[in-house]
Design a protein around this ligand. Structure first.
Ligand code: FES
Length: 148
């Protein structure tokens, strides 16, 4: 029997009733990746992301703006270096665990952004390019106007 290497998969999610991977490949049917829902709270929008896909790609594929100002041109293209793809995690533990480097980058950029560009401070900042989607999640894109 085919055993999926992905730690969160029970091995049956993408099998579509067939017992082995060779059977699936022989059938010629497209092998569909399971998807999860990502709700963008401030835009009142919900998108589908493939399991294991990085959050930045899922947002960009769905034409969700995650960068603000010049960062939309001067970002590191998802390499985890610039810190400008910060999103705020509102609800759900559906993303991969952050490493210390990612948390440092996300918190540093969030502090700089709130100090120099205005906007609300993020409660749980994450770098979208380093967060992988594994379960349903609710996020907030960071560009937020300050309201009194
Ligand atoms: S795009 Fe640069 S850190 Fe995510």
């Amino acid at each position: 029997m085919f055993v999926c290497a992905w730690e969160h998969c029970d091995g049956r999610v993408a099998m579509k009733g067939r017992s082995t991977l060779p059977e699936m490949l022989e059938s010629g049917e497209p092998i569909l990746m399971p998807t999860v829902k990502v709700k963008i709270e401030n835009l009142n929008k919900t998108i589908d992301a493939q399991v294991g896909e990085d959050l930045r790609n899922a947002l960009i594929d769905n034409k969700i703006q995650i960068y603000e100002g010049l960062a939309s041109l001067l970002n590191c293209q998802g390499k985890g270096l610039c810190g400008t793809c910060v999103v705020d995690i509102v609800e759900g533990q559906g993303l991969s665990d952050p490493c210390a480097y990612e948390l440092f980058r996300a918190r540093t950029y969030d502090k700089l952004r709130t100090r120099f560009m205005g906007g609300q401070k993020s409660e749980h900042p994450r770098l979208a390019c380093m967060a992988r989607c594994y379960q349903d999640t609710v996020i907030r894109t960071v560009p937020q106007p300050i309201t009194d």
